[in-house]
Design a protein around this ligand. Structure first.
Ligand code: NAP
Length: 249
């Protein structure tokens, strides 16, 4: 059955791959990112493959922008019943050097963003009596040097997910989290740049530690998201799936 999905942070990286995969699975997709123009490539890729997508610019941490974005998607593509909370940022630093702004920015995009988006979209899901929410966590939720803010946010995403599963299950809505390990995107490219290592070297170094012997790619995460969003995953809720090439990265 065709549904309307929303993917946040879908201009590039994992979000773009998830948006394209959900469109390939037959869903219309609201492609949300900070800058509407930056969503053009994802929307064009979906249209070229015969799918339907709409670019919407919104900051997921801004409640008025979130309300406007969700209502635009509902008006132009139909009531959204699938939500993938993927938008994210990193502001890495060791604790003693981490500023309050870096703490607040990371917690705000990941946690406040997922909260605001989910609160808005669940109205449509409850009305439809069906829904899927997928939240992006990370292996960093288990702790990662230089990422106190990000690890706290990604661990928070797991508690948030389990609570949504408990509250929304009776309305036919499931909520699950994906915790990726090392995925080749601009985010990991930025980490390599920050520590002054060539990206190729950084990828090779990380891949050595991964049991399957390769880095992850956005499509690996899109495949997991597609399962959680499928009709047949209706009895899977409140779970955290580590997609990391091993038990943890
Ligand atoms: P990415 O390439 O940096 O893409 C993130 C996207 O989110 C960007 O397009 C960014 O827009 C957008 N975004 C940032 N703040 C936003 C906001 N306030 N409102 C709306 N959109 C916003 O990152 P990625 O690697 O694909 O990561 C996607 C998700 O997976 C994130 O939640 C990340 O934490 C998680 N994850 C990634 C990895 C990895 O190895 N890459 C591992 C574990 C978890 P701008 O470009 O305008 O900033």
């Amino acid at each position: 059955m065709t549904r309307t999905a929303i993917v946040t942070g879908a201009a590039r990286g994992i979000g773009a791959a998830v948006a394209q995969r959900l469109a390939a699975d037959g869903h219309a997709v609201g492609v949300i990112d900070l800058d509407e123009a930056a969503c053009a490539d994802t929307v064009a890729a979906i249209a070229d493959a015969g799918g339907r997508a709409l670019a919407v610019g919104a900051d997921v941490a801004d409640s008025a922008a979130v309300a406007g974005a969700v209502s635009r998607v509902a008006d132009e593509l139909g009531a959204p019943t699938i939500l993938v909370n993927n938008a994210g940022i990193i502001r890495d630093n060791l604790l003693f050097k981490m500023t309050e702004d870096d703490w607040d920015a990371v917690l705000s995009v990941h946690l406040r963003g997922a909260f605001l988006m989910s609160r808005e979209v669940q109205k449509h899901q409850v009305e439809a009596g069906w829904g899927r929410i997928v939240n992006l966590s990370s292996t960093s939720a288990l702790g990662n040097r230089g990422q106190a803010n990000y690890a706290a946010a990604k661990a928070g995403m797991q508690g948030f997910t389990k609570t949504l599963a408990i509250e929304l299950g009776r309305y036919g809505v499931t909520a699950n989290a994906i915790a990726p390990g090392f995925i080749v995107t601009d985010m990991t490219r930025a980490t390599a740049a920050r520590i002054g290592v060539e990206f190729e070297q950084f990828v090779e170094f990380n891949a050595k530690e991964i049991p399957v012997g390769r880095p992850g790619h956005p499509g690996d995460i899109a495949a997991a998201a597609a399962f959680f969003c499928s009709a047949e995953a209706g009895f899977v809720s409140g779970q955290v799936l580590y997609v990391a090439g091993g038990p943890r990265a």
